[in-house]
Design a protein around this ligand. Structure first.
Ligand code: GDP
Ligand code: MG
Length: 261
C-alpha cells in the first residue's frame, strides 16, 4: 500500500444522500446527526436547494461526510438529454455525466439536478432515499438510471416503512431489477439503532476498503445509543419514583373538593 492509499483510507467517506424531492433525505441526515438543526425539513417540494454537508465522527475522528442534495425533479427529461449525448469511449454512462457537467451552463433547466449528479460523481457511495408509499413510477427508474451513471455504489434506503409493507415488497423487486440487493429500511421518525447499524454494515459490504473505519463508527455510535437509552431510562425511573412518592394531605384534598363545588 502506498502512502497516498493510506492517507486516502483515513479520509472521511463521502456519502451523497440523493433521491426524489420530499422523500426524507434531510430527515435521514437529521436522524443520523440526532439534530433537528441541520437543513430545513418541510412537507413541500424544493425545500433543499443546495448541497449541504454534515460530518459523523467516532472519538473525534471524522468518518462520514453526508451530503444533503436537492431533490431530483425532472429525471425523465434529464435522462433523455443524457442519452442524446454521444460519448466515444466504453464507459458510456460516466462519460455522459462528465459531458453534462462540463457543459452545465448549456442546461439551465436542470440546475438542481446537475448539483445532484455533480455531488454523486465525487462521492464514494450514494444513499438513494425512497418514499415507499409511492408506486414504482418510471420517473424513479429514470433517477436510478441517471445515478448509476456515476458508477458509484448505490444503496436504496426505504423510508416511511411504517406505512405500507406491500409497497415495500414492490420496491424491493424493482431494486432487484437494477441489481440493487443491498437495501436498508429506515424510518426517520419511528427510528431505532438497528436500522442505523444495518446502514453501516451495508456500507461495509460495498466499500470494503473502508471496513475498519465504518466498524469504529458503528461501535462508537452503539455506545452513544446505549448511553442515551440509559439516561432516558434513568429519567423515566426518577419520574416514576416522584409520582409513587407524591403525597397530598386529606385536608388539602377536601379544600380542593370544596372549592370545586
Ligand atoms: N412519518 C414520517 N414522515 C417523514 C419521514 N421522513 C420524512 N418525513 C416527513 O416528510 C417530509 C419531507 O421530509 P424532508 O426530509 O424535508 O424530505 P427531502 O425533501 O427529501 O429532504 C417532512 O414533513 C418530514 O417530516 C418518515 O420516515 N416518516
Ligand atoms: Mg431536503
Amino acid at each position: 500500500m502506498t502512502a497516498t492509499d493510506a492517507t486516502a483510507e483515513q479520509a472521511p467517506i463521502a456519502l451523497a444522500v440523493v433521491g426524489h424531492t420530499n422523500t426524507g433525505k434531510t430527515s435521514l441526515i437529521r436522524t443520523l446527526l440526532r439534530s433537528s438543526r441541520f437543513g430545513a425539513v418541510r412537507d413541500a417540494a424544493g425545500t433543499t436547494r443546495h448541497v449541504e454537508a454534515a460530518t459523523l465522527a467516532a472519538a473525534g475522528q471524522a468518518v462520514l461526510q453526508l451530503f444533503d442534495t436537492p431533490g431530483l425533479e425532472d429525471s425523465i427529461a434529464l435522462l433523455e438529454v443524457l442519452q442524446a449525448l454521444r460519448p466515444s469511449g466504453a464507459a458510456a454512462g460516466r462519460e455522459r455525466l462528465a459531458l453534462l457537467l462540463q457543459h452545465a451552463a448549456d442546461y439551465p433547466d436542470f440546475e438542481q439536478e446537475i448539483k445532484v449528479v455533480r455531488q454523486a460523481a465525487c462521492s464514494d457511495a450514494l444513499l438513494y432515499v425512497v418514499d415507499i408509499r409511492e408506486p414504482v413510477l418510471g420517473k424513479y427508474r429514470d433517477e436510478i438510471a441517471i445515478l448509476s451513471m456515476a458508477a458509484r455504489p448505490l444503496i436504496p434506503v426505504f423510508n416511511f416503512i411504517q406505512s405500507d409493507r406491500q409497497n415495500l415488497q414492490r420496491w424491493r423487486r424493482a431494486m432487484a431489477d437494477f441489481n440493487l440487493h443491498a437495501v436498508v429500511e429506515f424510518d426517520t421518525v419511528a427510528f431505532d439503532f438497528e436500522a442505523e447499524k444495518r446502514l453501516y454494515q451495508k456500507l461495509q459490504t460495498v466499500l470494503e476498503a473502508r471496513y475498519a473505519q465504518l466498524q469504529a463508527l458503528l461501535d462508537y455510535r452503539r455506545q452513544l445509543w446505549l448511553s442515551l437509552q440509559r439516561s432516558a431510562a434513568h429519567q423515566v425511573a426518577e419520574l416514576l419514583v416522584d409520582i409513587a412518592s407524591y403525597r397530598r394531605t386529606a385536608s388539602e384534598i377536601s379544600h380542593y373538593c370544596s372549592r370545586g363545588k
